[in-house]
Design a protein around this ligand. Structure first.
Ligand SMILES: NC(=O)c1ccc[n+]([C@@H]2O[C@H](COP(=O)([O-])OP(=O)(O)OC[C@H]3O[C@@H](n4cnc5c(N)ncnc54)[C@H](O)[C@@H]3O)[C@@H](O)[C@H]2O)c1
Ligand SMILES: [Zn+2]
Length: 345
């Protein structure tokens, strides 16, 4: 096992450790609550079995959920919690989620509700789960009416990011994780691109951990994690999710850079920085889907659940990222034109 990096999510008496590194999963057992006699492992068929840690001396039950957003439902939570009850899990036992963001979101929510809340430890196996989903305590499932509409804030007792998991990750999943990772380059100053993968994951975890510690329930600062997401969400909706989330975020980051320039907040060199990270460093040259109508995208962005006052974006500035309400339609359109022209080059 190579060196394991440790980060802390500081939340008072709910503070927890995040272990990052190749082979880090072999240390999961030491992170479990000491009184936990039973471990319910929640995972998915697509997650390699070799990524499930061993828990010597504890009674382990295995619970597999389906893959794909259509399985991120209350029905899955019902099946899971019935499985926990059959396995005899008590309030002092623990759920261990082994998988990507779907598994950590569903298992985390099931843990938050079972016995009115039992401990959960996340073993993140996708890049997206490592740098985003497994950190910060947002859990939940989808309803037919929308994504993540039922959920809870339920902080894990610990998180493990074993970067060996990334070896088996498919190309699209890797791209999606890279889309979120690219976002972190703009949240705090400093060059992430020079860091080896373990340290880069750790740095992203650190950034998210600091934001979550300061603003657990998204009163303000946590919204900065949505950089690139206003256009991304609209693109996902209008393309009926033919663009994956991270791919849409890659486009959304570039568009946000142009909008930052159009509104006079950043200069051309900073826009170039965005292209250097998204296109060159992460290779996220995502083509714009054909036939997009900006008027439709604009309306969709205005309906975004985070758009409280008109068109809301996170935008770059010399002081760093800021939430900007009431962006003018004309600026949004001018940025779109500049973005389309540049991306077609
Ligand atoms: N809670 C949060 O703060 C938060 C943040 C971002 C995203 N999310 C949620 O995360 C979900 C997306 O997560 P995701 O991108 O990790 O996708 P995912 O969990 O759906 O995983 C994608 C696929 O990769 C497979 N897989 C997982 N690990 C693997 C490995 N090591 N090797 C090979 N295959 C592997 C899975 O079985 C699955 O088929 C969405 O539901 C999203 O809403 C939550
Ligand atoms: Zn995202």
């Amino acid at each position: 096992m190579s060196r394991t990096i440790e980060e802390i999510v500081d939340l008072g008496d709910r503070t927890y450790r995040v272990l990052i590194g190749r082979g880090a999963r072999h240390r999961t057992a030491e992170l479990l609550p000491t009184g936990a006699a039973r471990v319910a492992v929640v995972t998915q068929a697509g997650v390699p079995e070799s990524l499930i840690p061993d828990f010597p001396g504890r009674e382990v039950s295995l619970h597999r959920i389906g893959a794909g957003e259509e399985h991120k439902t209350l029905a899955t939570v019902q099946t899971l919690t019935e499985g926990f009850a059959e396995a005899g899990l008590t309030r002092s036992d623990v759920v261990v989620a082994v998988g990507g963001g779907l598994v950590t979101d569903v298992a985390g929510f099931a843990a938050s509700a079972y016995h009115r809340g039992i401990a959960v430890v996340h073993v993140a196996t996708t890049l997206l789960a490592m740098v985003d989903a497994a950190i910060g305590g947002k859990t939940g499932v989808n309803l037919p009416q929308g994504k993540n509409l039922v959920g809870a804030f339920w902080q894990p007792a610990a998180v493990v990011c074993d970067t060996e998991s990334l070896d088996s990750l498919g190309e699209r999943e890797t791209r999606c994780g890279n889309g979120e990772m690219a976002k972190y380059h703009f949240i705090v100053p400093g060059d992430l691109s020079v860091l080896p993968i373990d340290e880069r994951v750790a740095r992203c975890v650190r950034i998210k951990a600091d934001i979550v510690s300061a603003d657990e329930r998204e009163g303000g600062l946590r919204a900065l994690l949505n950089y690139g997401h206003t256009l991304a969400h609209a693109l996902e909706i209008v393309t009926d999710h033919s663009l994956a989330h991270g791919e849409a975020v890659a486009l959304g980051l570039l568009y946000a850079a142009h909008l930052g320039q159009v509104t006079g907040r950043i200069g051309a060199a900073r826009v170039d920085d965005h292209y250097a990270v998204v296109h060159d460093l992460y290779g996220l040259r995502v083509p714009l889907p054909n036939g997009l109508d900006f008027a439709v995208l604009l309306e969709t962005m205005k309906r975004d659940k985070k758009a409280i006052e008109g068109l809301t974006f996170v935008l770059d500035s010399p002081q760093g990222l800021e939430v900007v309400h009431g962006v003018a339609d004309a600026d949004a359109l001018a940025a779109w034109d500049a973005f389309c022209a540049r991306i077609a080059q």
